[in-house]
Each structure stands twice: as structure tokens, then as C-alpha cells.
Design a binder for this molecule. Structure first.
Ligand code: CP3
Length: 348
């Protein structure tokens, strides 16, 4: 049996020494690309795009054709899980996602696993197609939202700034709220395992709103649920690479890394490079953390910061990425320059 060609992204996740870090960008497929806007218009709605394997495959491949990233991320959304559990979801123009809120343990009876895989089947089909269509040096990343972040959308019914409804439920009825988190842990485990069976070579768990919890609740609703997901994946696929992204959690990142067993951690823009190189990089691969707004600004500010990040993480395992997703105002030529800088880089 001949081994597959070694992929740079997977090597970085195994903490192998590399001449330059692999790179990909969160939200690398999206509205900053004219070809994405075209395919999105052809699809009709955002959800029609997510649930159409041929179009979802197409938009996943679009950024790779331009920039030759080392990894492709499945095109989907973290809110497909509530949708597939029976909480109808719509993306309203200029408003973002809207759901009919679930606000108590009693209301959990509205959610069911009965149609979960049936509804998500097109996503597994997209992964399956991509595993055959991405370039051979490129790795395929599957993903899901973390239970806490997905729960905030399910409870608020939309994006939020203060998470009042979610926290009110969580603080006043923690056991009831645990039931929602546990349901999401189980759905996420099943969803990610199906993506792995379909060909995903790594998975990332997005916990965008992890940073709004106090530290005892961080442990209960971020660290423990993520640890359960990692453990369940590894029970089936030992050593399978899982990237965590608990955004905005400051020093709690160390506890997250130690207790969840993730292979790598994605750093948001606020994380100190020196601190991460000293405290986190010896334990797991770090990913990140260019400010996505520097990709809008471009110029010397962007170029010098890219060099700085590359230098600071050159002593250990690093996957170059942003601290959060690319925003629609990003000029595609700035992404091209970023790609060139990282591809030309040589670790000293
Ligand atoms: O990274 C990628 O290229 C893969 C695709 C991906 C999308 N969403 C596509 C998308 C991924 C990994 C996500 C994750 C996601 N979705 C998160 C976690 C990461 C993060 O960015 O914080 C969250 C919180 C969501 C929920 C979500 N989806 C919101 C709040 C919105 C509306 C705001 C916005 O940016 O439009 C979406 C829509 C969405 N998801 C778009 C894309 C490309 C834009 C929809 C469009 O085309 O109109």
C-alpha cells in the first residue's frame, strides 16, 4: 500500500517541522469574491446554496482556484444543525439568520433527531464530492459550530450583542440549559462523524461567542462539551485532528487546550503572539491570527503584520490564518498578496 502524498496542512497538525506554514482563511469562500456572489444569486437563497452539493462544491473550490490554499473548508453554516433538528431557519437580507426561538427545557420537545441526517445528507454529499475534486496537496476541513455558540442563536432567534435570553435561561435553570447543550453535543458528534466518513481530513469547531461566559460557566458550556465531542470522534478515529476556536477567551485558552484534547487551536486577533508562542504552541499547533480588517486596509500595515506573525510562530507548529472570518469588503488582490507572502516565506 502506498502512502498518500504528505499534505502540508496535515503535517502542521502532526507538529512536524516545515519550511513554511500551511495557510487557509476562515470564510475563504464568500461575498468578497464576485464568483461567489454569482453562484449565490444562481442558487436563490443562502440555504439553497448550502443544501445543493454541486453549488456548495463549486463555491468551496472558488478561493482555491485563485490562491492555492493548503486547505479547503466545506461550504455550509453552523446553523444547519438547528435547522436539521426542526427549528426552521431563514437568512434575511441585511439581517443575518432568523430562527423561531427555543427558550426553555419544555420547548426542547420541538427538536428531534428524526430528520437530522436526512436534512444534512446534501452536506455529506458535498464533502464526498470535494474529497475527489480538491487539488491533491490540499486538505479538506469539515466543521460544526460549538454547542454554546449554536445555542445562542437557537435561544435568541438571531445574532445578539448581549445574549440576555440565553444567559437568563442558563443562569436560572442550568440543568435545563444543560439539556440543550447535551442535545447539541450529540447532534454535533453525529454530524462531524458523518463528515469524516465522507472524506473530511480534519474538523474545526467554531465557538465564536465562547468569550462572553464567566470562567465557571466557560468550563461547563464550552470546555466540557468540546471535550465530549473530541473524545467521541477519537473513540472512532484515534488521533483524528480537531481544531478548536474558542474566540475571545483570553487566558482561558490554556485551560481549553489542556482539557479538551484538541489538536490545534485557532487564535483570535486579540491573543498575544508572545504568550501563545510560549504557553500554547509547545502543547498544540496554533492557527491564526491576522486581523481580518488588515486584509481590507492592505498596504504596509498588512504586509508587516503578516511577517510579524510568521516570525513569532516560526519556532513551532503554525497554520497561517485570520483571527476571524474574511469580511465582504475585502479586496481580492489583498488576499492574493497575503497568499504570496506566506507561500514565499522560509522559516529561519
Ligand atoms: O469558512 C468558510 O469559508 C466556510 C463557510 C462558513 C460560513 N459560515 C459561510 C457563510 C463557515 C465556517 C461559517 C461559520 C459560521 N456561521 C459562524 C462561526 C464563525 C464566525 O464567522 O464567527 C457563525 C457565527 C455563523 C452564523 C452566520 N452565518 C451568520 C451570523 C451569518 C450572517 C452574517 C454574514 O456574515 O452574512 C451567516 C451567513 C453566512 N455563512 C455567509 C457565508 C458565506 C454569508 C451569507 C450570504 O452569502 O449572504
Amino acid at each position: 500500500m502506498s502512502a498518500k502524498p504528505a499534505k502540508r496542512f496535515l503535517k502542521a497538525l502532526r507538529q512536524e517541522k516545515l519550511d513554511r506554514p500551511p495557510f487557509w482563511l476562515m470564510r475563504q469562500a464568500g461575498r468578497y469574491l464576485p464568483e461567489y456572489r454569482q453562484t449565490r444569486a444562481d442558487a436563490g437563497s443562502f440555504l439553497d446554496l448550502c443544501y445543493n452539493p454541486s453549488l456548495a462544491e463549486e463555491v468551496t473550490l472558488q478561493p482555491l482556484r485563485r490562491y492555492d490554499m493548503d486547505a479547503a473548508i466545506l461550504f455550509a453554516d453552523i446553523l444547519l444543525i438547528p435547522d436539521a433538528l426542526g427549528q426552521p431557519l431563514a437568512y434575511k437580507e441585511g439581517e443575518g439568520p432568523v430562527l423561531d426561538p427555543v427558550r426553555s427545557a419544555k420547548e426542547l420537545s420541538k427538536l428531534t433527531f428524526d430528520n437530522l441526517h436526512n436534512r444534512l445528507n446534501p452536506v455529506y454529499e458535498t464533502v464526498n464530492r470535494l474529497s475527489g475534486s480538491i487539488p491533491s496537496h490540499c486538505s479538506l476541513i469539515g466543521f460544526a459550530g460549538a454547542p454554546w455558540t449554536v445555542a445562542t442563536y437557537m435561544v435568541e432567534g438571531r445574532g445578539s450583542k448581549d445574549y440576555v435570553e440565553t444567559k437568563k435561561w442558563a443562569y436560572s435553570d442550568p440543568e435545563g440549559f444543560d439539556q440543550l447543550i447535551e442535545l447539541l453535543v450529540q447532534a454535533t458528534i453525529e454530524y462531524l462523524i458523518k463528515q469524516i466518513e465522507a472524506g473530511a481530513e480534519a474538523v474545526q469547531i467554531f465557538d465564536t461567542w465562547a468569550g462572553v461566559l464567566p470562567d465557571d460557566k466557560f468550563e461547563r458550556w464550552v470546555t466540557q462539551p468540546t471535550a465530549k465531542i473530541v473524545t467521541a470522534i477519537r473513540a472512532k478515529y484515534p488521533d483524528f485532528p480537531v481544531i478548536g476556536f474558542p474566540k475571545g477567551v483570553g487566558g482561558n485558552l490554556l485551560e481549553f487546550v489542556e482539557k479538551t484534547g484538541v489538536t490545534a487551536v485557532s487564535l483570535d486577533t486579540s491573543v498575544s503572539l508572545d504568550w501563545a508562542a510560549r504557553e500554547i504552541q509547545p502543547i498544540v499547533t496554533v492557527q491564526g491570527n491576522l486581523d481580518p480588517i488588515l486584509l481590507v486596509a492592505g498596504g504596509d500595515a498588512m504586509v508587516s503584520r503578516i511577517h510579524h506573525i510568521l516570525r513569532k510562530f516560526s519556532g513551532g507548529s503554525h497554520i497561517f490564518n485570520l483571527g476571524h472570518g474574511i469580511i465582504p469588503q475585502t479586496p481580492p488582490e489583498n488576499v492574493e498578496l497575503l497568499a504570496k507572502i506566506v507561500q514565499d516565506w522560509k522559516n529561519g
